[in-house]
Design a protein around this ligand. Sequence first.
Ligand SMILES: Nc1ncnc2c1ncn2[C@@H]1O[C@H](COP(=O)(O)OP(=O)(O)O)[C@@H](O)[C@H]1O
Ligand SMILES: [Mg+2]
Length: 401
Amino acid sequence: MGMPSEPEADPAIEAQPAADNSEFSIRNLQQRIRQQELLSELGVTALHGVSLDMLLAEAARIAADGLRAQFSKVLQYLPAENRFLVRAGIGWKPGIVGHATIGADLASPAGYALRTGKPVISNHLENEQRFRTPEILRQHGIHRAMNVILQGEAKPFGVLEVDSKAEDKFVEHDLAFLQGAANVLGMAIERERHERHIKAALERQQVLLREMNHRVKNSLMIVSGLLQLQARGVGDPALGGHLEVAAQRVTAVAKAHEQLQVDGDVERMNLGKYVEAICRDLDASVAHCHIQTEADEDIEISSDRAVAVALIINELVTNAAKYAYESTTGGEIWITVRRTNNDKISISVRDEGAGLPPAVDITKPKRLGMRIVGGFVRQLNGTLEVHARQPGTEFVLTLPN
Ligand SMILES: Nc1ncnc2c1ncn2[C@@H]1O[C@H](COP(=O)(O)OP(=O)(O)O)[C@@H](O)[C@H]1O
Ligand SMILES: [Mg+2]
């Protein structure tokens, strides 16, 4: 933060009469106290992280108030045009704040302050040799002006200016106040700029993440599609069936990436929505069965766990479609995803079909499907129970939260 050099040593400031103690009236003292209060008010506003426009407006108000001036403005430097925009201000005729621009060459007081980095007091603009009086000051009948640079970290944001019609004088104490306000404002502007950059970077990151998930999903869907093509092409129904099942497993994983793309989060996902999406797909692929899903809406779990759950459901539902019902008659398959009273997650897959053959023991799986299921149940630290229903079978998977 570039503090200006000591005002006393600065040729840009007109010589002030030596401070006379008898003139240092109570009124002066009160004004200094008022200025301190205003500066701390500005500090508090800046720390609250209000919008840039509000902050600039507040700084303009405080600058004018602290110097008992009718006018103040925050001039934002526009490098491309080498002009200042009146970004905020007090006292100006309508249409100036937010619209009017002022030349930023060395020949204007604000331009002088910006170029030299030094504060500028001019108590008699009409007699000024250093620079001309900008038109807008003339139009408002302004006699005296004080300008300080608004320093950003890399380059200056612009200039804070206070103007007055009254015949009184701005003195060095006034300058110290104005520079104090400009320093607080400069830091707040810098912070706001940083925050904006961080926010933009974060948004970009989110977009990339969604894009990544979209691409991963597409790639997996291509793999699944190839497996399906191959399933139809092999000419061997048993082998074709295996390839179909493999394609279905890849699709379940692909769906996870679709859900992640929707949620915009990579670590956690909404289990209910994901399971519903998987089951919609399964419903479309097993024409002879009707799959109904009911899921609590607010269950969020880590994506890895959600994918494992989806692969288990995929196996159980394909089995129900394949073994519970004859492919000619078909039937219903129910899936529920619930949070239990003791805060676990319970997932049920139920059919009203033929029932498990007595020879099948799910604790000692022999075939790939139930081995996959067993593996994921262990990975999830969960338990899987089988209940023989009259008619049909219900599998209940319970997971710690
Ligand atoms: N919902 C169900 N209804 C009837 N039988 C089932 C059901 N689920 C699984 N099974 C039986 O369990 C066996 C093991 O299933 P799985 O390990 O997935 O092997 P696969 O599906 O390759 O036969 C099946 O062959 C079937 O006999
Ligand atoms: Mg199976």
